[in-house]
Design a protein around this ligand. Structure first.
Ligand SMILES: Nc1ncnc2c1ncn2[C@@H]1O[C@H](COP(=O)(O)OP(=O)(O)OP(=O)(O)O)[C@@H](O)[C@H]1O
Length: 228
């Protein structure tokens, strides 16, 4: 589903944020991406979301070389990707319910079905009572949960989540992780960037570690190498 071949990313005027990273994530996997602040986790997610181009190397998404995708086709590709950004990117002039409804409107679902699904999603993140509020009036943790609900709304093939539990207490963290796990059980490929070691220890998933832009280790390949 995601294939990186010797990918390097340099931002103008800066050293490489990613250096010669080769990595493959298959359909249906759940992968934690971890590493110290500045290791390149967000950059890797941005490349996969076609938000930034790679400087060199090749990135295939759903089997397509993203460098060859026309700019006009990117929004169509993104319909298959749910994304939770670190700064949430909620629309401030739309209510919580309207934010979650957005990706469903793009799918042209009937209004009644959209209302039903938005209600169920907001219930699943414990925010039904905030449906008619505007994002700026919500706490950071509440906005984060709205972002998770919006990302999961269209049942995406791929979910990219950048620190999706960063602002949450232990109980809410578990709730959000359960949502990500259920999406994964329904077939969504999930990639979660996180600093939170307790998540890595609690959920025995593949762990990809970046260190100053380089791939330091990959839990999956370690297991494979050990013959497990
Ligand atoms: N838009 C940008 N312009 C210039 N440099 C950038 C930009 N975005 C990231 N960088 C640099 O690239 C490197 C990797 O940053 P990135 O945000 O990908 O790391 P990260 O592992 O996600 O960090 P964090 O855990 O703090 O979010 C850092 O040195 C950062 O300063």
């Amino acid at each position: 589903m995601i294939q990186l071949f010797h990918v390097t990313k340099e931002y103008p005027g800066d050293g490489p944020a990613l250096q010669d990273v080769s990595l493959e994530i298959d359909k249906g996997e759940f992968v934690f991406l971890t590493g110290a602040s500045g290791a390149g986790k967000s950059t890797l997610l941005k490349l996969v979301f076609c938000d930034e181009p790679a400087t060199s190397g090749q990135l295939l998404l759903f089997g397509k070389n993203v460098a060859k995708i026309r700019a006009g086709a990117v929004p169509y590709l993104r319909r298959n990707i749910g994304v939770v950004f670190q700064d949430f990117k909620l629309l401030p002039q739309r209510t919580v319910a309207e934010n979650v409804a957005l990706p469903l409107e793009v799918q042209a679902l009937a209004a009644k079905e959209i209302r039903r699904r938005v209600k169920a999603l907001l219930r699943s993140v414990g925010l039904e009572h905030r449906a008619d509020k505007f994002p700026p009036s919500l706490s950071g943790g509440e906005q984060q949960r709205v972002a998770v609900a919006r990302a999961l709304a269209p049942d995406p093939a791929l979910l990219l989540a950048d620190e999706p539990t960063g602002n949450l207490d232990a109980e809410r963290t578990l709730e959000v992780m359960e949502l990500l796990n259920s999406a994964n059980a329904r077939g969504t490929t999930v990639v979660v960037a996180t600093h939170d070691r307790s998540l890595l220890e609690r959920y025995k998933r593949r762990v990809v570690v970046l260190d100053r832009g380089r791939l330091l280790s990959d839990g999956d390949s370690v297991r494979r190498a050990a013959g497990a």
